[in-house]
Design a protein around this ligand. Structure first.
Ligand code: RIB
Length: 313
């Protein structure tokens, strides 16, 4: 059996304030919600937890504020057995927070206040270089300064480490500084912003991926929510359908996809199967409320995978 994958996440850690309501409020309106959940989030932290729950050894490089949310975030990482030697507490800024509104059916709207995440620098990445050099995969997102993202991609390339970039949330970025990534994995909204092309259908996702490949990306995976994922490289593209589930909260599903995909690939699972597996891992996360707390453990995932991928009799 292959050795345990080692994954590093250079990314954000937030506290999620999740409010459930029958609909979103209009401007100037106060309305009653139907539920509330306080949880650990941040795209980086979520991806780290997903990778850990899938069985990887995980190193997190992050920053939190010197506040209750920061302390709790550190304890949360430790409770999962994530290496926090490079999670720093910074003075004078709050831990990142994310008020999240969820409608019936699971759709969400999120505002991220970056706080300490904004303080992660290229120098922090260089300080962690001895540990980072030992990982199989580095995962990045856009909730930290983009200059740090660009620097980390160059670092990964220089050291022959697989690099996965999830350009979330959607932001204008310098594409030439991103194309060193081995995998570029936007969702529909992020793909539209970066390519300037609409992504309303699977065909449009393929056209958008083609534009990104022309700009120099090596492999693009567009995640399409309930429609699955579109994988493209210079040799062509293919679509992997989603697994049907009853979604109650889609928050963090994209992060579940990225964290699990990184582990499956590092284990040597062929790309097509790794995407299909990550589709299922993400789908299962939408059947429970919350972000990290909705992510299945590997054993649960494998049981569901065996059930859903078994040939029909
Ligand atoms: O992708 C979901 C995440 O986006 C939430 O956990 C929130 O913190 C924001 O970062």
């Amino acid at each position: 059996m292959a050795s345990t994958p080692r994954i590093a996440v250079v990314g954000s850690a937030n506290t999620d304030l999740i409010t459930f309501a029958d609909r979103f409020p209009r401007a100037g309106e106060t309305m009653f919600g139907t539920g509330f959940d306080l949880g650990f989030g941040g795209k980086g932290a979520n991806q780290a937890i997903a990778a850990r729950l899938c069985g990887a050894e995980v190193l997190m490089l992050a920053k939190v504020g010197n506040d209750l949310f920061g302390e709790a975030t550190l304890r949360n990482f430790a409770s999962f057995g994530i290496d926090t030697a490079h999670v720093q507490v910074v003075e004078g800024v709050p831990t990142g927070v994310a008020p999240i509104f969820v409608e019936p059916g699971g759709q969400n709207r999120i505002i991220v206040v970056k706080g300490a995440n904004e303080r992660i620098t290229a120098a922090d990445v260089d300080a962690a270089a001895p540990e980072l050099r030992g990982v199989d995969t580095i995962i990045l997102q856009f909730e930290i300064p983009l200059d740090t993202v660009y620097h980390t991609i160059r670092f990964a390339r220089a050291h022959n480490i697989r690099c996965i970039v999830n350009p979330a949330p959607a932001l204008p970025a310098q594409l030439a500084d991103l194309t060193g990534a081995d995998y570029f994995i936007p969702n529909e909204t992020e793909a539209e912003l970066i390519s300037g092309r609409p992504v309303r259908t699977i065909e449009e996702a393929a056209s958008c991926a083609a534009v990104l490949l022309e700009k120099g990306f090596r492999r693009v995976v567009v995640t399409l929510g309930a429609r699955g994922s579109l994988v493209a490289d210079p040799a062509g593209h293919f679509h992997i359908p989603a697994f049907p589930v009853t979604a109650v909260d889609t928050t963090g599903a994209g992060d579940a996809f990225i964290g699990s995909f990184a582990v499956f690939l590092a284990e040597g699972v062929p790309e097509k199967d790794a995407v299909a597996r990550a589709n299922l891992y993400a789908a299962l996360s939408t059947t429970r409320i919350g972000t990290q707390k909705s992510f299945p453990r590997r054993v649960e995932f494998e049981a569901e995978w065996a059930r859903r991928s078994a040939p029909a009799r």
